[in-house]
Design a protein around this ligand. Structure first.
Ligand code: NAP
Length: 334
């Protein structure tokens, strides 16, 4: 069965997802696109056989569309995800699920009322081979009980980035990774702004250090750097009772020469996570084709991420430790 997909928001990542669905992955076709910029939607549709450009809500309602991908701006996600749920259609929504906790809660409530996991959120770290290998070591208790995790999300250069995005768009990936790695909720957040990087605008909190505590007392730190100048570097190390496990250097040939060794650092997130995005969407399509609901990052994960980023912002404002508040987890997500 070929899954007929409609894509809402055909900007940078929307077009990249369309490219992978139409040229890399199997089992789906892109049959409709929508965008606030109708001309952009029309241009994108002309490059895809059998694809039409339509209004976003028409796309969601269309009998020709089996499943929806939402890659418009974050502020518009809740509207489209709720509309997809009203139509009882599977929807893959790029992060964030919504820009407020209140909207995330509305989505969770709507999905719980349907009683099916129709929503998947684009936390693609969970599909990265290296993160999956690290998760495997932790979940099989190879190194015993986890105690600490050190994470770093270093961006080579990020012109125009503002401090809110350091949390909501950058650290949010580590926030989801930490919850997934340990299968626990984050219960407390602190944030620190150390000595400022002279490469960055004065009003950008760069670097930013975030400290998160989980339900069982695991402590995880996240270093977010926006202008590290040497490339896109994602680091993760779990410290456990009998050993440690760390992500490797990403896919590089190590050259040893003249008493030194060297390798490549990925230039940006597209290169670092290219295969993770492929795996993420292929697994989503495969499950739909098999008649199964999503088992990927859920609406609950979207809500938990939003609750944690809100706590980090509060910690930045107050300078203290802030509790992360979540409602009781519905059975659907257990
Ligand atoms: P982008 O290039 O600006 O694309 C967004 C597109 O959505 C634009 O074409 C925009 O049109 C359109 N749009 C805006 N409002 C809309 C509406 N109400 N209805 C339909 N279309 C609308 O942004 P992007 O970088 O692709 O990011 C899109 C989303 O993906 C964001 O939520 C972002 O956080 C997420 N993202 C996730 C990852 C990841 O690692 N998982 C990576 C990149 C992006 P206009 O330009 O005319 O406003």
């Amino acid at each position: 069965m070929t899954i007929r997909i409609g894509v809402i928001g055909v900007g940078m990542i929307g077009q990249d997802h369309i490219r992978r669905l139409t040229t890399v992955l199997a089992g789906s076709s892109v049959v409709a696109v929508a965008d606030a910029d109708a001309e952009r939607a029309r241009e994108v549709s002309t490059g895809i056989s059998g694809c039409v450009a339509v209004d976003a809500h028409e796309l969601i309602r269309s009998d020709n569309v089996d499943a929806i991908i939402v890659t418009s701006w974050g502020e518009t996600h809740a509207e489209y995800v709720l509309a997809a749920l009203s139509a009882s259609k599977p929807v893959f929504c790029e992060k964030p699920l919504a820009t407020t906790q209140e909207d995330c809660r509305r989505i969770v409530a709507a999905e719980v009322a349907i009683g099916r996991r129709l929503v998947q959120v684009g936390f693609m770290r969970r599909y990265d081979d290296e993160f999956r290998a690290l998760h495997g070591v932790v979940s099989t208790a190879t190194i015993g009980e986890p105690l600490l995790m050190h994470c770093a999300h270093r961006v080579g250069s990020a012109p125009g980035l503002v401090t809110a995005q350091m949390v909501n768009d950058v650290a949010v990936h580590e926030i989801d990774t930490i919850r997934w790695m340990f299968g626990e909720e984050i219960v407390e957040a602190q944030a620190f702004t150390p000595r400022h990087n002279p490469n960055s605008p004065e009003d950008l909190a760069d670097p930013l250090m975030i400290l998160l505590g989980t339900e069982s007392g695991i402590l995880a730190d996240i270093e977010v750097s926006a202008n590290g100048a040497y490339g896109y570097d994602i680091r993760g190390e779990v410290v456990a009772q009998s050993g440690t496990a760390a992500l490797p250097e990403h896919e590089t040939i190590v050259v040893k020469r003249a008493g030194q060794f060297a390798g490549d650092v990925p230039v940006d997130w597209r290169k670092r996570f290219a295969r993770a995005y492929d795996t993420e969407l292929q697994e989503w399509v495969d499950r739909l084709a098999a008649g199964l609901d999503s088992n990927g990052p859920s609406s609950w994960d979207g809500l938990a991420a939003a609750a944690t980023t809100d706590a980090v912002h509060e910690a930045l404002r107050t300078g203290g430790a802030v509790a992360v508040h979540l409602p009781e987890k519905p059975e659907l997500y257990c």
